[in-house]
Design a protein around this ligand. Structure first.
Ligand code: DOR
Ligand code: ZN
Length: 437
């Protein structure tokens, strides 16, 4: 039962036995189990994990109804800011990082599709400079876009140091990034060793007006998988592929088959809150729910939820895609999801997704996919990032309590559990709906 506590005891030296800067106590959730413990924090890191008996200058007690997770790592968000500032009215790094904290997200990966897309090392560095102002809130990491141009020029190689992952759009998206499927083998070669995230919708089928069909997604997934299999075993061994925002039953089935293939590289997949919660019927009634890939049948939605419960889906990612209400009325695709992320996860737990699965899909697995060895688990030496959910305090999601600049939520009016605290490097950064300065 107390395995983690025992490990903590074994791993810590006598010099650490004094007063900790912070002690957190309560039920800690690991992918392997839930353990009642006390965790000591010093200089932004976890310095002790014990059953009890730690003293601290400050104490956070997460009582009945609360669960303490490793800080959530969101693999997929559109924070909209770049040097042009053209889209900063929808979101910027500071408002996005605060929305993340509000939603229990302590690490967030920004997507490349902005007016000056992150398709060169210098563009990514420019985004990093702009993101400095969000320091102390959620940590922002960057994903680089793959295009025929940067593949051809060799810029991809220079981007490696600046990004945690590459993104490939197999159809045009907001902002226009797109890589034709016939460039996939070259792209997989050029990016190997780095995680690559795929937006899977088949451009040709989309152009023929078939976006609403699941076949559009399955066809693009198949292109990725067959390009991967066409490369030699050494290359495949180095690949790390993530299929973003899986939306349909058919895709889950295709991935299941592929994973049984003996020569297959490891293919991961992510699911979004909106594809787990809404179906095409909701989208037909409410144009604010327009997203790419589109919402699917109720059967697909249930299948995704069950696949998540079974561990067939590796990550929950927000795909936070803020657009103003006016832009939504004109057909912009995407919904904001950061402010409500932790509350939505609380809803998943109430619907039978095990907290351990959440610790895996929202922290341990995304951190490991990105090779962020300093986070994702509650262990001595890791960053003291935590997300504390209060499953007993239900609240109605309201646009009055959002940090995203776009000012609305697809979950308006839904009654979800609360994020009690988000803790970043040992600092308590939120208390319920208040993000603390
Ligand atoms: O719904 C979407 N919104 N899908 C995408 O692929 C892009 C995103 C956005 O950036 O708005
Ligand atoms: Zn996206």
């Amino acid at each position: 039962m107390e395995r983690r506590g025992e490990e903590g005891r074994a791993g810590s030296g006598g010099e650490r036995e004094g007063m900790h800067e912070l002690v957190i106590e309560g039920r800690f959730v690991h992918p392997e189990g839930i353990f009642e413990a006390e965790v000591g924090v010093d200089e932004g890191r976890i310095s002790a994990v014990r059953k009890q008996g730690l003293s601290g200058e400050k104490r956070v007690s997460a009582g009945a109804g609360c669960l303490i997770f490793p800080g959530f790592v969101d693999l997929h968000a559109h924070l909209r800011e770049d040097e042009s500032h053209e889209w900063s009215y929808k979101e910027d790094f500071l408002s996005g990082a605060k929305a993340a904290i509000h939603g229990g997200v302590t690490t967030v990966v920004d997507m490349p599709n902005t007016p000056r897309p992150a398709t060169s090392a210098e563009r990514v560095r420019a985004k990093k400079r702009l993101a400095e102002k969000a320091r102390g809130y959620a940590e922002i990491l960057f994903c680089g876009g793959v295009t025929e141009e940067n593949l051809h020029s060799g810029e991809i190689e220079r981007m490696r140091e600046e990004v945690v992952a590459f993104k490939i759009y197999l159809c045009e998206t907001t902002g226009g990034l797109y890589l034709p499927a016939n460039a996939l083998p070259k792209a997989l070669l050029a990016t190997r060793g780095k995680p690559v995230v795929f937006h899977c919708e088949d451009q040709e089928l989309v152009l023929r007006g078939r976006r609403s069909e699941a076949a559009t997604e399955v066809s693009a997934v198949r292109s990725v998988l067959s390009a991967a299999l066409s490369l030699n075993a050494n290359v495949r061994a180095e690949m790390k592929i993530n299929i973003a925002h899986v939306s349909s039953e058919e895709t889950v089935l295709a991935l299941r088959t592929f994973r049984n293939h003996t020569d297959a590289p490891r293919v991961f997949c992510e699911v979004t809150p909106h594809h787990l919660f809404f179906s095409e019927k909701d989208a037909a009634r409410n144009r604010m729910l327009r997203v790419n890939p589109p919402l699917r049948s109720e059967r697909s939605r249930r299948m995704l939820l069950n696949a998540l419960k079974r561990g067939e889906i590796d990550f929950i990612a927000s795909d936070h895609a803020p657009h103003t209400a006016a832009e939504k009325a004109e057909g912009a695709a995407g919904v904001p999801n950061l402010d409500t992320f932790g509350s939505f996860v609380g809803w998943l737990i109430l619907r039978g997704v095990s907290p351990c699965r959440i610790a895996s899909a929202c922290a341990a697995m995304p951190a490991s996919f990105l090779s962020l060895k300093d986070r994702g688990r509650i262990e001595e030496g890791k960053r003291a990032d935590f997300t504390i959910l209060d499953l007993k305090r239900l609240r109605k999601i309201s646009s009055e309590h959002l940090y995203t600049k776009c000012g609305w939520s697809p979950f308006e009016g839904c009654e979800f559990p609360s994020v009690r605290h988000t803790i970043v490097k040992g600092e308590v950064k939120s208390e319920y709906d208040d993000v603390l300065d």
